[in-house]
Design a protein around this ligand. Structure first.
Ligand code: GDP
Ligand code: IMO
Ligand code: MG
Length: 430
């Protein structure tokens, strides 16, 4: 069997969690392969809303195994909070959750360093979620990180303390006062105590050699869906660097983040919104600074699932979408949140950019350059409430024309149309 992949094609928050939940009954395993609790994946069903950060979005289906792969980084404190919420919703994650021993741990001092580094970037802040993502991946690449499997070793405490001291020394160089640092209203010492207790909860999970787990499942004919976090435009190599996250969010991250070979990759589902959003700083060519942007934010409830920050909103950017499709080898597109634009007379779509005197239809290196301006094509709105529709033939012609235009431009079919946040508000075209 092959590993299908579902990932975001924009700047994150495309609706990945919702679609993974919809797909889960078709798969034996759902596996996260990168990122950490910077992600916030929202699922809605039976009138209830659930937000997951580290745990894969298949967890509400007890018959499906959920794997946190080696490429993911885990904060035991946030992980424990997720586990407790699942128990409160009647789900026992001990039944179907598996965690890679090779996944790296986000230490309390990684979160501290994230804050220290952001503070030092006056005027150039990344807009990090401050979950310790950058510093943890830095230690991983630096070959000095601590992994889930290390937590059960005798010398763990010694290793932990050495790493902590090293981080505190760095923080000191930035004149950072530990007394100024709080997380969730806790001082560093209080937080560290909770973190160490939470590590015990993590150790009670099924800790596995995830590369063997997944490859033997594939050999047995089991079906696997890899769930991306963040989005292609936040990829460490191909995103709008340096305003990116610290992992490979694109399809190549599946190979390194789960230990599967490239020829084992099957279908690649790329999720995108009918417009664009971005949370945090960095270039966003189609951003709207007017009341239309505000309308999108309000109608789309565009406030971060992890940090609650307002998301920046803008029109669909086709050169960026084409770039994302190219990098991921997308086989199927999934459009979400078109319903947010139900009331709009006209919508705009960017099909090329103006760069100085030149027109270009690709995503360029100079993405940070203010000389790069979007060129928009107007599309007539559908002025119909689509949230209640469940069949393709019910959808308004102007929406289908918009979708056909996108398909024509990017040369990949839109296989699924999501018309609302609930599981049931999903229309399949295959
Ligand atoms: P993710 O990070 O990609 O999983 O996306 P988020 O959960 O952060 O943000 C997507 C938001 O849009 C969530 O609040 C979802 O419940 C919601 N959502 C997903 N699909 C749709 C849709 O088709 N229409 C509307 N109106 N909301 C949607
Ligand atoms: P999901 O999986 C949207 C953004 C942050 C910041 C940049 C770097 O829910 O789509 P980091 O904390 O990773 O160092 O922040 O990346 N970011 C996201 N934006 N959705 C996400 O995840 C994100 N994860 C990180 O806002 O701009
Ligand atoms: Mg999100």
């Amino acid at each position: 069997m092959k590993v299908d992949v579902l990932l975001g094609l924009q700047w994150g928050d495309e609706g990945k969690g919702k679609i993974v939940d919809v797909f889960t009954p078709k798969y034996d395993i759902i596996a996260r392969f990168q990122g950490g609790p910077n992600a916030g994946h929202t699922l809605e069903f039976n009138g209830q809303k659930h937000v997951l950060h580290t745990i894969p979005s298949g967890i509400f289906h007890p018959q499906t195994k959920n794997l946190i792969g080696n490429g993911v980084i885990i904060d035991p404190y946030i992980f424990k909070q997720e586990i407790e919420k699942l128990y409160a919703s009647g789900i026992d994650p001990k039944v179907n959750l598996y965690v890679s021993k090779k996944a790296h741990l986000i230490l309390p001092t990684h979160r501290l360093l994230d804050a220290v580094y952001e503070n030092s970037l006056e005027g150039k802040k990344i807009g990090s979620t401050l979950k310790g993502i950058g510093p943890t991946y830095t230690d991983k690449v630096n070959r000095s990180g601590l992994r889930v499997g290390d937590a059960s070793l005798e010398n763990f405490e010694k290793k932990y303390n050495a790493k902590k001291e090293n981080h505190l020394q760095i923080a000191e160089e930035y004149n950072f006062d530990l007394n100024d640092f709080t997380i969730d209203g806790k001082t560093f010492d209080e937080y560290e105590k909770c973190w160490l207790e939470s590590l015990e909860t993590l150790k009670l999970m099924k800790l596995v050699d995830s590369e063997h787990f997944i490859n033997s499942a594939l050999k047995k004919g089991e079906t696997v869906l890899a769930e991306g976090a963040q989005g292609t435009m936040l990829d460490i190599d191909f995103g709008s660097y340096p305003f990116v996250t610290s992992s490979n969010t694109i399809v190549s991250g599946v190979c390194s983040g789960l230990g599967v070979a490239p020829q084992k990759i099957g279908r690649v589902f790329g999720v995108f919104k009918g417009y664009c959003t971005r949370v945090g700083n960095g270039p966003f060519p189609t951003e709207l600074f007017d009341e239309i942007g505000e309308e999108l934010r309000i109608a789309g409830h565009e406030f971060g699932s992890t940090t609650g920050r307002p998301r920046r909103c803008g029109w669909l950017d086709l050169p960026a979408l084409k770039y994302a499709i190219m990098l991921n080898g997308v086989t199927d597109l999934i459009i979400t949140k078109s319903d947010v634009m139900d009331e709009f007379e006209t919508i705009q779509v960017c099909n090329e950019y103006k760069y100085g005197e030149q027109k270009i239809d690709y995503f360029p290196y100079e993405i940070n350059d203010p000389k790069l301006q979007p060129i928009f094509k107007p599309i007539e709105g559908w002025k119909t409430n689509i949230a209640g529709f469940r069949k393709v033939h019910e959808l308004p012609k102007n929406l289908m024309d918009y979708i056909s235009y996108i398909e024509h431009q990017v040369a990949v079919p839109v296989s699924i149309i999501s018309v609302g946040p609930d599981r049931n508000q999903t229309i399949f075209r295959f």
